[in-house]
Design a protein around this ligand. Sequence first.
Ligand code: AMP
Ligand code: FES
Ligand code: ZN
Ligand code: ZN
Length: 316
Amino acid sequence: MKCRVCRGPAVIDLRRHNANFCPEHFLDFTRKQVEKAIDDFEMFGPDDRILVAVSGGKDSLAIWDLLLDLGYQADGLYIGLGIGDYSDVSGRHTRAFAEAKGATLIEIDLRADHGFDIPTAAHATRRVPCSSCGLSKRHLFDSAAVEGGYDVVVTGHNLDDEAAVLYGNVLTWQADYLGRQLPVLPARNGFPRKVKPLVRLTEREMAAYCVITGIDYMIDECPMAVGNKHIAYKEALNLIEEQSPGSKFTFYHGFLARAQERFAASSGDGTDDRPGLRTCERCGSPSSNETCAFCALTDKVAGHEPVPVELIRPRR
Ligand code: AMP
Ligand code: FES
Ligand code: ZN
Ligand code: ZN
């Protein structure tokens, strides 16, 4: 197996590109894919201050590394979700990376700073853990970016993640979600811009990037997400990809190029421009009610006896 560029020994084959690469040219390839996504979707420029939401997993550590490498001003944001060992270990990976790079890391701890954690929220709300987890992360990404004066929030969602979300939205014809499924959400109503620069790269490519660059990432998946639909959709798409390399890319990027706008047209303008948006009386965040969803969640669960993660069963 020879590198497409230098004919030296290759370490990875990318069937959808019909190419093999040596370590050096694979890293070139990933940087170019990220730069293309940033340019094509006008995600940000060299003067923008970027806040990267970092979970300690391969994708978010890799995109932080790539952005620093490309010369962007990128600080990290880590949220301690209180999901037992999983959170402890992911926090350690994130801190070690920031220290090694001399990069700035902002940390928020749900239990220390807001009086609850995700297992307790799941128990108290009787909803799947991912629902309070997603709500808390979204709120804290937004408020940390606004407070810190950042222009844009970056997350590590990759092509597999976005194709799986698209697959789920198509299976159930969620027209509103389809109208909003974009790798860039513009700043609006006091919310910061949010972007996903890894939409041209797969999970496998991000793992290879971390192995080649020596990034020590958290391998385990969240114990509370085991068995969820998103994982099943990824497996289904991987089966199709196996038979027909490039399908995942065409599915997602073909949707963006040829179909997304049609759904945006039928579900408003595709952005969240809720009329009557006001300010949460507790935290000052934009909100459609007097109290925002995060403050309402805090009210409901902050006084609750802590519930250990082992008591929360993953639900489908
Ligand atoms: P997930 O929702 O776990 O699939 O993660 C999607 C993206 O959200 C990751 O790539 C990160 O950018 C971000 N993220 C997830 N968990 C955290 C966390 N605990 N702290 C900061 N960012 C996170
Ligand atoms: Fe949010 Fe697992 S990371 S529920
Ligand atoms: Zn090469
Ligand atoms: Zn609030």
